[in-house]
Design a protein around this ligand. Structure first.
Ligand code: PLP
Length: 421
C-alpha cells in the first residue's frame, strides 16, 4: 500500500528506492520534463525569467535555458551560476538580470564589468551603479503600496515589506536615473497574487498607472513571480491562461499609451521548480511521547526549511521497505536536529500538526513532495550537517548534479587557516 495523495507521483517508488540506494539519503531528486512542462505553460509571455533562488543548481538552470527561459539573479553567486549555466551577458533581451534591494560591493564590480542590467529595489542602488557605470540598463522594482503573500515573511509589497521602491518615491528614483543617464528598460512589480485574479488585476492596474505617472517611455514590464502551486492535493492550480490574459491586457493598454510594442516578462521561481522535485529521506527512529507519535527521518530543517520557517505544508509519502500495507495513524514527522522546531508537520504558528500517515518502520523511505523550490537552495550546514546530493532525471537518464558535501569539505574552510599559519 502506498500513500494517501491524490496527486500523480513524479517518480515511481522503484526509481526512488534505486536512487536512495545509489546516492544515499537524504537526496533531492528533480524531473527535467516537469521543469519543461511548467515553463511551457507560461509560453505566451514574451519572456519567462526563472527566479533561480528557488532552485539554483547549475544543471537545473541549463535545462531551463535550453527550454527557452531567461534567468534572474539576486547575488553575485547567482550571477556566476547563471554564467556557468550558459546564460550570456550582453544579449538583447538580457539573458541575466540582477534584482535586489541592496547592491553588494562584489556584485557591483561584476555588474560594471558584465553590463548585466540591474533591477533596483532601492534608490541607493541606482546611485551606486550610476556613479560607476553611467548609462547602465536598469529596471525599477516598485512597491505599489499594497502586498500579498502567504505569511508575513513572504509578503513582497506594502509598507511593512522591505522590497522595492516606495511608489511615492518614484520621482526621486527617476531623478537619479536621469542624473546618471541610466537606461530605463522598464518597471517591475513582484507582488505575488497566487490564484487570486482580483488581486492580480489590482497589481496590473497599479503597473499601468505607475508607467503613466512616471511620464517615461519604457520598453518592458515585468510581473515578477509569486505564482502559486498546489501543495495539498485539494488545492487548485493557477490558470496560466487567465494569469497571462490579465498581464497582456495591461501591456496592451501601455502599448496604446506609448504607441509602440511593450515586452511582457514574468519571473516565476516556485511555479517552475516546486512541482519538479522531491526530497527522499530514510526513517531512522519512531517513538511515542504521550499522545503524540513521532516518525524521525534523516533530513532536518537544514535540508528543507519551509515547514520550520513558514509552517509550509509538503505532501508526505511513505515507501515501506517491504512494500506491505501499513495501518494509518496520526504522525508527527521530525528530523535529527538538536532544535525542537525541527518538525515537518507543523502549523504556521508552530503548533504540532500530526498527519494521518501509514505507520513507519526504521529503514522505510519517506518522501517530501513539491520540494523542488526553496528546498536545496535554502539548505544550510546547521548542526555541521553536509549539504545533500541533488539528482536530475531526464528521460530515462539519472544524473548526479551535485555530490554530497563531505565533512572534510566543511572543515576545510576552518583548517585552511591553520595551514596558512
Ligand atoms: C523570489 C522572487 C521571485 C520568485 O518568487 P516565486 O514566488 O518563487 O515565484 C521573483 N522575483 C523576485 C524579485 C523575487 O525576489
Amino acid at each position: 500500500m502506498a500513500v494517501p495523495s491524490e496527486k500523480a507521483p513524479l517518480f515511481t517508488p522503484a526509481t526512488l528506492r534505486q536512487i536512495a540506494e545509489q546516492f544515499g539519503t537524504p537526496v533531492y531528486v528533480y524531473d527535467a520534463d516537469t521543469l519543461r512542462a511548467q515553463l511551457e505553460k507560461l509560453k505566451r509571455f514574451d519572456h519567462v525569467r526563472f527566479a533561480q533562488k528557488a532552485c539554483s543548481n547549475v544543471h537545473v538552470l541549463r535545462v531551463l535555458r535550453e527550454a527557452g527561459a531567461l534567468v534572474d539573479c539576486v547575488s553575485l553567486g547567482e550571477l556566476e551560476r547563471a554564467v556557468r549555466a550558459g546564460f550570456e551577458p550582453g544579449q538583447d533581451p538580457a539573458q541575466i538580470v540582477y534584482t535586489a534591494d541592496v547592491l553588494t560591493k562584489d556584485a557591483l564590480d561584476r555588474l560594471v564589468e558584465t553590463k548585466v542590467p540591474m533591477n533596483a529595489g532601492s534608490i541607493d542602488m541606482l546611485a551606486q551603479l550610476g556613479t560607476r557605470s553611467p548609462g547602465h540598463a536598469v529596471w525599477l522594482r516598485m512597491n505599489p503600496g499594497f502586498g500579498s503573500g502567504h505569511s508575513k515573511k513572504t509578503n513582497t509589497g506594502g509598507e511593512s515589506s522591505k522590497h522595492g521602491i516606495w511608489h511615492e518615491q518614484l520621482p526621486d528614483a527617476l531623478r537619479v536615473v536621469d542624473h546618471f543617464g541610466l537606461d530605463l528598460v522598464g518597471f517591475h512589480m513582484h507582488i505575488g497574487s497566487g490564484a487570486d485574479m482580483t488581486h492580480l488585476e489590482r497589481v496590473c492596474d497599479a503597473m499601468v498607472n505607475m508607467v503613466v505617472d512616471s511620464g517615461r517611455d519604457v520598453r518592458a514590464i515585468s510581473g515578477g513571480g509569486g505564482l502559486s502551486i498546489p501543495y495539498r492535493s485539494h488545492e487548485s492550480n493557477i490558470d496560466p491562461q487567465a494569469y497571462f490574459e490579465r498581464w497582456h491586457a495591461a501591456r496592451q493598454r501601455l502599448e496604446v499609451y506609448l504607441e509602440h510594442p511593450v515586452s511582457l516578462e514574468l519571473e516565476p521561481g516556485r511555479y517552475l521548480a516546486g512541482p519538479a522535485g522531491v526530497l527522499v529521506t530514510e526513517v531512522r527512529a519512531t517513538k511515542s511521547m504521550g499522545g503524540n507519535h513521532f516518525t524521525l527521518v534523516d533530513a532536518g530543517f537544514n535540508d528543507l526549511m519551509r515547514a520550520s520557517m513558514y509552517g509550509a505544508y509538503h505532501e508526505i509519502t511513505l515507501l515501506p521497505q517491504d512494500g506491505a500495507p501499513r495501518a494509518t495513524r496520526p504522525t508527527v514527522v521530525a528530523g535529527p536536529l538538536c532544535e525542537s522546531g525541527d518538525v515537518f508537520t507543523q502549523t504556521s504558528s508552530s503548533e504540532l500538526d500530526p498527519r494521518p500517515l501509514p505507520e513507519a518502520e526504521v529503514g522505510d523511505l519517506l518522501v517530501f513532495h513539491d520540494a523542488g523550490a526553496y528546498g536545496a537552495s535554502m539548505s544550510s550546514n546547521y548542526n555541521s550537517r553536509p549539504l545533500v546530493p541533488e539528482v536530475l532525471i531526464d528521460g530515462g537518464k539519472v544524473q548526479l548534479i551535485r555530490r554530497r558535501q563531505t565533512i572534510a569539505d566543511l572543515l576545510q574552510l576552518e583548517l585552511d587557516i591553520d595551514q596558512r599559519g
